[in-house]
Design a protein around this ligand. Sequence first.
Ligand code: AVJ
Length: 307
Amino acid sequence: MADELSALIAGLTQAQKTISPKYFYDETGSALFDEITKLPEYYLTRTELDIMRTHIDEMASLVGPQASLIEFGSGSSLKTRMLLEHLDDLAVYVPVDISEEHLLASQRRIRDAFPHIDVLPVVADFMHPFQLPDPPTMPIRNVVYFPGSTIGNFEHDDAVDLLRVMHEEAGAGGALLIGVDLQKDPSVINAAYNDSAGVTARFNLNMLTHINREFGSDFDTSFFEHRATYRPDQGRVAVELVSMKRQDAQLGAETLSFAKGETILTEYSHKYTLDGFADMAAMAGFKVGHVWTDARQWFSVQYLVRS
Ligand code: AVJ
């Protein structure tokens, strides 16, 4: 808690004020993200699911029998369920998440739906290597699963570091199945992060409500505004909260001053080219085994193997 507060203050006292995207996901924020995934403009989840549906048999046969599936994140999404339904004789499913609460809830749901699958959750910050649990039966290979283009939240060097952790957890003969959003017409991307119903705006602003509740700060959410801009030259969306006037906010012992128009960067969402992502994967020791995309090449699901 004290560590979290000092990290928050550190981010908010930089020249470019920043808050980690992890603060999106309190109960309200998780429900709003769920709503986002159903918005007409938010193509990511729908497209990734379509790709999975179309190619699930091929994906399952690459993973092969008696694999250990290690999901980075607490799982229980539709995509995870689809994989669990199709994988042949899975040795174990290992969801890895920093939140014990999220893990236990998702473990319960997976056990209910798939009583024959062994679930061994791991509480860990997956940015750093962690110990895998002893599986009940010896897996033929470890396959790390990282859906949703969550990799896009990380800047280049951090993304490579995270891929290196996945490379290590996959071990010899292992692989990574990952969802990766692709560069496309900027108007499509901008619409996805500026939906007409304003759900993404509420999702972004809820971060301040969440922080006010958890840290007793007094950000005035009525004087911040959502902004999301795709920069094709940078291949990423910057999601920001813009201060609509000169104002102060109290956070712990720190008084934060905002100029009118000053921004808090709350998230990057990187969009890749297939080559650009392959280069990044190569820096972590992966080579691209297989890439599935939709007909418009808006999104990709990639099977990376250790090179
Ligand atoms: C969950 C990180 C993949 O970047 O599209 C959705 C989060 N932010 N709308 C994304 C998000 C604004 C999402 N990821």
